[in-house]
Write a protein that binds this ligand. Sequence first.
Ligand code: KIV
Ligand code: ZN
Length: 515
Amino acid sequence: MAERIVIFDTTLRDGEQAPGCSLDTEEKYEIAKQLARLGVDVIEAGFPIASPGDFEAVQLVAREITGPSICGLARAREEDIDRCWEAIRPAAKPRIHTFLATSDIHLKHKLKMSREQALETAEAAVKRAKGYCEDVEFSPEDAARSDIDYLCQVVQTVITAGATTVNIPDTVGYSVPHEFGQIIATLFERVPNIADAVISIHCHNDLGLAVANSLEAVRNGARQVECTINGLGERAGNASLEEVVMALRTRQDLMPYETGIITEEIYRTSRLVSDLTGMMVQANKAIVGRNAFAHEAGIHQHGVLAERTTYEIMQAESIGLPKSKLVLGKHSGRHAVEERLRELGYELEQDELNAAFQRFKRLADAKKEVFDADLEAIIADEVYHVEETLKLEYFQVVSGMGTIPTATVKLIKNGREVKESAIGVGTVDAVYKAIREIAEIKHDFIDFSVESISENTEAMGKVTVKIASPDGRVFAGRGADLDVMEAAAKAYVQALNKLIYHTSPGQTPTATEST
Ligand code: KIV
Ligand code: ZN
């Protein structure tokens, strides 16, 4: 039987540390549910001591999600480990992940510790974690740049102290495949008790080598891969889960290992993470990019029609890419819409279904063909909602060549109608200025992006807006509509509503402290 590779997903922890990415508790919970459906073995749900918001999210995931182990991150400090345990203890399978840097650069400049002190601290941290829970992971941060003799000593010590998994991170994405593979091989050669723990790897993508390094580590004995959906993570991100898993599946001839991933859930997981984080997936991204299974060149199309394997190494269905793209139109009834949503994997509550169907009807009246991607945008727009302090009632724009872009916007604010007009450098700017005037909330504008859903000029536009509160927390708002201006206005209002909700007294902050 093929050996099993443990898939450790850190989208909710390292992924959420990506610049401009932010998730609130409910969004983290939605993603965790989907990760469980995807079949990951371990969900790293967050860094509980970083903030009350992080703690709350980890605890909710630990309480509600069954199937995968639920892991929390902790520095090698007593207070971190205690807080981490408090958050994950409701889980059926809890794991504490504690870490301490071992490279001389980090020891000298960050920790200001000697190697001996770090060794003792790592040992003590693992022992403390072990006092709470059987499943303990230790990471020597910046392992790839650590002295190999010292790294071997650390690995041996933490295994003796009780670590059941030892994770070897390439924290700064500096390593290259043959070198990283050699580090893993050396650990297997030199650490006498290595068989008592699972050896894991955690590769960052600064040189675009995270997946290659991870696979090389697996070839050399690593049996847990830490990765994220869409490769999210600090700086250039982490190894992408979908790329690692599909590489293992597609190249069984060279890497005869199995994972527990239900690959047909990959596409949907990728969309959900992209929608909720507001981090778009580039069109040519391997596996989940819009073009990953599209054949543009005539010669390729001809080849694929004659024999699929001429240009296709994987089938779109294997990652759950919907087979038929054209689904519904204005004569489609509620049952057909419900059925299609179910086929796409959405299990909605009755009120969510009602909202989705009403939106579908309006869309189908305006547009001949409604595609799966349109339905997905409707769900992202209608279902994942926040409390609405502000509600978009009406807006009008005046624009054209030689005119001054002008907007009039009406919002319901705390139940009262408020109207404002503004001019801007463009129509979006004018609408946003008017909304900003009405909202009267301090924030910085961070990002604005527009994506077209499905093809042609009838396509819906999906807008993502990111704003930051004065204390630096990032909030993403989304809007999807046939009218891009309306999508833009909705996205901004949603981002503001999130900021209002999460910064109002009584709400726990969700920003994470960096590791
Ligand atoms: O990149 C890194 O080293 C980490 C550790 C906390 C595992 O994220
Ligand atoms: Zn990392």
